[in-house]
Design a protein around this ligand. Structure first.
Ligand code: COA
Ligand code: ZN
Length: 325
């Protein structure tokens, strides 16, 4: 693996897609009031993000935290250049999402049978065939489509998921006109070598498709995995403000790779990331009050790497002593 130097990095654009309002809020114990969700999404819309996953049009019984999906999608203040997407598990969800004016439907199913059954109550085959009906419906109206493949890098109940299964599902959807695929590491099982290999294989098989990498930092490998993905040709990442997130139907799930930490790393390396990091950090600072607990984001706690600390007053004496000794 060759990590890009700053000079190479400068030429390369990275797209950051915020999923906190969906992946983040779906697992929170408290229901975040619709007005608070909208205020946060409207602020995120001004931060330079390429895409925001605003909510999910799932069953409110399955995901009560996002039961206000319709109001949220209809109520947000759209900014030009931002794609407003939403997670959709079935035809009913697609109809709701389209009626609410969603820019892009992010269809979801798992690459592993066990997680698909637990999360969506369908076999993979049932999910795939129902989602392909949704594809046909969305294409009629010209709505953009992406498919998120959960557990692409491993299933917390089955273990390894063969890359051929992931690529096979991707091929099925892309052949029907879906524009993008998201490879999801739902419970942070992936390591950098694995991420690099799957992204490289995806790029080789589907050079025209939009590829998004969706990482969770469950085992501290999130940023390393993101770099491995870039090295393998990926340029689009899902991430969650403050590092919130997790699938309620995946045992052991914890937060996504943190948006501010990801932006901070890519910007420090010289990549072109058109995100206003100070503004993003200000938004992230509101999260603990909103969700009722501290959040894992590290730059939020430590500050940016070039934000210097004041020199302690004792330095004068320390220097004088050092020089005279
Ligand atoms: N939006 C709103 N309601 C929906 C819905 C949708 N997209 N899909 C189904 N429902 C409702 C049905 O109308 C029905 O309501 P009723 O009980 O009042 O009659 C009920 O949900 C059950 O419908 P059914 O088709 O039998 O669905 P299910 O119980 O088998 O659940 C899913 C299937 C996909 C809807 C559900 O498992 C789900 O929403 N999962 C989402 C999981 C998720 O988002 N995980 C985190 C992200 S990875
Ligand atoms: Zn996720």
């Amino acid at each position: 693996m060759s990590v890009p130097t700053s000079a190479q990095a400068l030429a390369q654009r990275i797209f950051i897609q915020e999923v906190g309002p969906r992946d983040g809020f779906q697992i929170e114990a408290c229901f975040i009031p619709t007005g608070d969700k909208l205020a946060l999404i409207d602020e995120l819309s001004l931060c330079g993000l390429a895409k925001i996953e605003v909510t999910s049009f799932t069953s409110p019984k399955a995901i009560p935290a996002l039961a206000d999906a319709d109001e949220v999608m209809r109520g947000l203040r759209r900014q030009p250049g931002v794609v407003y997407t939403a997670l959709v598990p079935n035809l009913r969800g697609a109809e709701r999402a389209l009626a609410a004016g969603t820019d892009e439907l992010n269809l979801v199913m798992s690459a592993s049978e066990t997680h698909n059954l637990l999360n969506l109550r369908m076999t993979r085959e049932q999910s795939a065939s129902r989602l392909l009906e949704v594809v046909a419906l969305a294409k009629e109206g010209g709505t953009a489509l992406n498919v998120s493949l959960s557990t692409s890098f491993g299933c917390p109940m089955e273990g390894a998921v063969p890359p051929s299964v992931v690529l096979g599902l991707a091929e099925r959807f892309l052949a029907q006109g879906v524009g993008g695929i998201t490879l999801c590491d739902t419970t942070g099982m992936a390591h950098p070598g694995q991420v690099g290999a799957l992204c490289r294989a995806f790029r080789a098989s589907f050079p025209q498709a939009e590829l998004t990498v969706h990482l969770h930092n469950t085992r501290g490998m999130g940023l390393a995995n993101a770099l491995a993905a870039v090295d393998a040709g990926a340029d689009r990442f899902d991430a969650s403000l403050g590092g919130l997130g997790g699938c309620p139907y995946a045992p052991g799930a914890t937060g996504n790779v943190c948006t501010e930490d990801l932006v901070h790393m890519f910007q420090a390396m010289g990549f072109q990331v058109d995100v206003d990091l100070p503004r993003l950090l200000t938004a992230a600072r509101t999260l603990p009050v909103l969700v009722g607990h501290d959040v894992p984001g590290q730059v939020l706690h430590a500050g940016q790497s070039l934000e210097l600390h004041p020199v302690p007053a004792s330095l004068v004496e320390i220097r004088a002593r050092a020089i005279s000794s």
